[in-house]
Design a protein around this ligand. Structure first.
Ligand code: HEC
Ligand code: HEC
Length: 349
């Protein structure tokens, strides 16, 4: 059976949508509706078909994900025509950025580190402070943000309406009608939902294959999951995030208030959304402010029990880690790298 990706160029995401084992990679376009009902969960995730993780009002489809990909790489979504989503969210870095804080239009900088974009279909809230309740709500914020892309949504839609390629792609993906704020949001969110990473040595280990998960990574995993280090309390097995908000000891007095800026609650001062650690070896620098340059710096900060601010979560306490323990933790974190995800051409420009 011919691979529709090669034949029509449309089926870029068939395999990501039908994630598990690539069962349906070879499916004909007419079978694509079924691809979306295949089990699609990396090891340890809620095993719902990816399509069912999308809101009912924003159903996932091949055409929408592909249109979202095009938009993600398009610099015309910035006022100056020089910044795309992909300028800050780079595939080789798990869709994060090597800068402490990224540059938007005219090299303007914000105050937060660009997070990696991984397995967001299972996400609950978005941004470091969780201020967006859905990906649809999230995606238009960077376009309008004066420090990022600085383009009004009206102008964004006008630019899309003047490009026949987009006119027909929106038509095909959304059954007619010109692009609207809603369909722009749904297309970008659809692309974000197919960014599924589940083929790291860690995933294979969770499925029982330790060929690439050596003794150091195994010792590191035991330490990571131990009550002593408590890492898995916030970064649980599989997703490596509990989607909650915690102060892990990075906040210092006078810094970014994090979650408190949204809820206004005193108890939320210095709390940030727990990031997944998948592909973390590629997403340096670390933490909401990019203040830690390397994973070794991260491990040292946890070993010290944070930076000493009283907001620090009680689970973050000084750990007596030997040099071997630290090397083992690093080996474990390095086994979370999913080369297929980082190099998958379907996610590329
Ligand atoms: C100038 C750099 C920059 C650009 C351009 C940019 N982003 Fe981001 N992105 C960030 C930063 C920084 C954050 C974190 C901001 C915060 O938490 O307040 C972020 C957060 C996100 C998140 C939240 C991830 C999570 O785990 O909560 C998503 C999703 C996202 N961006 C998608 C996009 C999309 C889609 C575009 C294009 C429409 C885009 N970004 C453009 C820098 C950028
Ligand atoms: C109480 C919850 C909690 C515990 C326990 C915890 N973390 Fe975290 N972790 C977080 C939060 C929250 C962040 C983001 C904090 C910020 O940006 O200020 C984070 C960030 C990280 C990062 C940086 C990820 C990135 O993309 O920037 C790494 C790596 C990490 N943790 C590893 C660990 C390890 C290893 C342990 C155990 C020694 C651990 N964590 C224990 C909550 C926790």
């Amino acid at each position: 059976m011919a691979n529709p990706a090669r034949r029509s160029g449309l089926s870029r995401f068939g395999a990501a949508l039908a994630w598990a084992g690539c069962v349906a990679c070879q499916a004909e376009p007419s079978e694509r509706a079924e691809l979306l009902t295949e089990q699609a969960a990396p090891a340890g995730y809620r095993a719902l078909p990816l399509a069912q993780l999308a809101p009912l009002a924003s159903p996932l489809s091949e055409a929408r994900a592909e249109l979202g990909r095009r938009l993600f790489y398009d610099k015309r979504l910035s006022r100056t025509g020089q910044v795309a989503c992909s300028s800050c969210h780079q595939q080789a870095h798990a869709f994060s950025d090597v800068a402490f804080v990224s540059s938007g239009v005219e090299a303007r900088t914000g105050t937060r580190n660009t997070p990696a974009l991984i397995n967001l279909a299972w996400g609950v809230t978005f941004f470091w402070d969780g201020r967006a309740a859905s990906l649809e709500e999230q995606v238009t914020q960077p376009i309008e943000n004066p420090l990022e892309m600085d383009l009004s949504l009206g102008e964004a839609l006008a630019r899309l309406a003047s490009d026949p390629v987009y006119v027909s792609a929106f038509n095909a993906a959304f059954d007619g009608g010109p692009a609207s704020v809603e369909t722009l949001q749904q297309a970008l969110a659809s692309f974000l939902r197919v960014l599924v990473s589940g083929t790291s040595p860690y995933d294979r280990h969770l499925r029982g294959d330790d060929a690439d998960f050596g003794p150091a990574a195994q010792r590191g995993e035991i330490l990571f999951n131990s009550d002593q280090a408590a890492c898995s309390h916030c970064h649980p097995v599989g997703p490596l995030t509990n989607n909650g908000y915690f102060s892990n000891g990075t906040y210092i007095a006078g810094g970014d208030p994090g979650r408190q800026g949204i809820t206004g609650l005193t108890g939320d001062l210095g709390k940030f959304k727990v990031p997944t650690l998948r592909n973390v070896a590629l997403s340096a620098p670390y933490m909401h402010d990019g203040s830690l340059a390397t994973l070794s710096d991260v491990i040292e900060q946890y070993a010290r029990g944070g930076r000493g601010d009283p907001t620090t979560d009680p689970q973050i306490i000084p750990l007596s880690l030997t040099d071997e323990d630290k090397a083992d933790l690093l080996a474990f974190l390095s086994a979370l790298t999913d080369d297929r995800f980082l190099n998958d051409p379907r996610y590329g420009p």
